[in-house]
Design a protein around this ligand. Sequence first.
Ligand code: HEC
Length: 193
Amino acid sequence: MKNLFVVVFAFLIISLTGCEKQNPNQGEVLKKTGTELAVEYRQSLMGVLVSELQKNGPAGAVNVCADTAQSFTKAFGEKYGVEIKRSSYKFRNSENTPDENDLEALDFFSNLFLTGKLNPDTVFVKDLPGKEFNRYTAIPVMLRNECIVCHGEPADIDPKVRNILSKRYPDDLATGFKAGDFRGIISVKESIK
Ligand code: HEC
C-alpha cells in the first residue's frame, strides 16, 4: 500500500512539473488552429450531450441542449478569440442558419457524402481576404445512434421530446436523420495575421 502511494505521488509530481514546462506563460491561451478548435469543440459538446442524456434522458437533455448549446458555443469562441458556429441545411435553431461560407462547406461535404467519399476527418478551409476573421475552417458532423432520440424520424422520437421540440422550435427542420448521415458542420472563423 505504501509503495502504491509512493508511485502515485511520484506520478503526480512528474505530471505536475511536466505540465508546468509545457505551459510557461500561465494564463495565456495557447494558439490552436481552426481545425484543432473545431475538433475540440465537437468533442466537448458531445461530452456535455452524452452526460446529459445519461443523467436526464432525452426529455431532460433536450432542454439542456436547447439552453446551453448557444451559450456554450459563444463561450468557446470567446475563450479562443474566434467565431464558432454549428450549421446545417436542415437546421433546428434559426441561429444556426447557414451563411454563404457555410453553404459552400455544406455543399462540399454533402457532395462527398452522396458519392460515398466523405471521410469524417476531411476539413474545408477558405481564406476570407479583407475580413477581420480572414480564415474559415469547417469540419463535418455525422449523425450517430445517440442522436436519433432528437434528430431521427418524428415517429421514433419520444412524444415528450417531440412536444418540447415543437414548442421551442416550431420551424424545426432537423429530424428524419439516420445514423451515419451527414448532419451538418462546425465552422470556425479566425484571424490569421
Ligand atoms: C436531447 C436532444 C438532442 C440530442 C440527443 C442531439 N441533439 Fe442536436 N440539437 C438539439 C437541439 C435542441 C438543437 C438546437 C440547439 C441550438 O443550437 O440552439 C440541436 C442542434 C444541432 C445542430 C446544429 C444545427 C441545428 O440543427 O440547429 C447539430 C449539427 C446537431 N444538433 C447535431 C447533433 C448530433 C450529431 C447529435 C448526436 C451526436 C445530436 N445533435 C444529438 C437536440 C439534440
